[in-house]
Design a protein around this ligand. Sequence first.
Ligand code: NAP
Length: 326
Amino acid sequence: MQQPDTLKPTVLNAAELPEWTNAELRALFNVLDLPKDPDAAAAFLAKHGHEVRGIALRKTKIDAAFLDAVPAVEIISSYSAGLDNLDVQATRSRGITIENTSHILAEDVANAAVGLALAVTRDFINADAFVRTGTWPEHGHYLLGRSISRMKVGIVGLGTIGSAIAKRLQAFGSNLAYFGPSRKSVDIPYYDDVAHLARDCDMLILTCPLSPSTHHLVNAAVLDALGPRGYLVNISRGPVVDEAALIAALAQDGIAGAALDVFEYEPVVPEALIRDRRVVLTPHIGSATDETRRSMAENVVDTLARHFGLPGPRGRQIDAAVESIG
Ligand code: NAP
């Protein structure tokens, strides 16, 4: 039996979730939809912010001022893995629990990263066009690609996604190394300097979060260190790469190619990257499978329900072991 709205905890919906997820949220919670227009959102928060106990989040920016407007919030559940739109420190300092979907999407994002790495090193996109346009009979053999199994691949950010990529590349026979803020207890060589990692590797795969310390982490010097036979794969966030420096490096044949799922000013992608046949482009689809996106949306509802001690909306027990980064 559904509780009357007045007895349900109030949740702010800032997540642009599928309609079936919104329906599940409405069944469990008193849901307040945050207006998209920033002025309307501010006025809405000034009026209703004190009622809010949970937030369903996707891309909305939540800073300290936003948190001040919702003083009773206990939990923020993000549809994403990346929390670059959330002031994590301010959120934690207020004792608010943070949930994200890193553990749900890691396998598919790792699959996408490896797919991009293969596409750029074996030139699959242009090879497909070579067959479709009927060029094969005319030109004969296609150009040789490069072997990822014989490469040293540097992973920048050996977290949930980076580790899932490492597992796949180990199966391929690639030689691995990684860079990050701290050495992990893993059997993969650690570098404390990203340029040194780039200098020693044939490919860099970026899987770190976007933060002030990773903004433009991959700059002209790192690309120069990667060198003319090196590849860059970015599945993290666009601004981790200095896009102008990447375009300049490609223009000077300073690197061999790049495969990019994310862009500095997405969805705007520079013409120089669009025109460059050595670059593989995808529209931020790392986690975009039917199964994973459904599971991510369910996780938003489930984590909020679990926090408030409510039954799972799909008639199943909510897994209390689901990882929390609160
Ligand atoms: P995670 O488990 O938190 O792992 C992030 C890793 O990055 C950690 O190992 C962390 O090291 C490391 N790191 C932190 N600061 C760093 C720095 N300054 N330099 C280098 N490494 C640093 O996160 P995840 O779930 O793997 O996700 C990683 C990122 O992928 C997300 O933040 C998001 O931006 C992106 N992502 C993209 C898509 C897509 O569709 N393209 C989908 C999902 C996620 P420590 O453990 O030492 O802190």
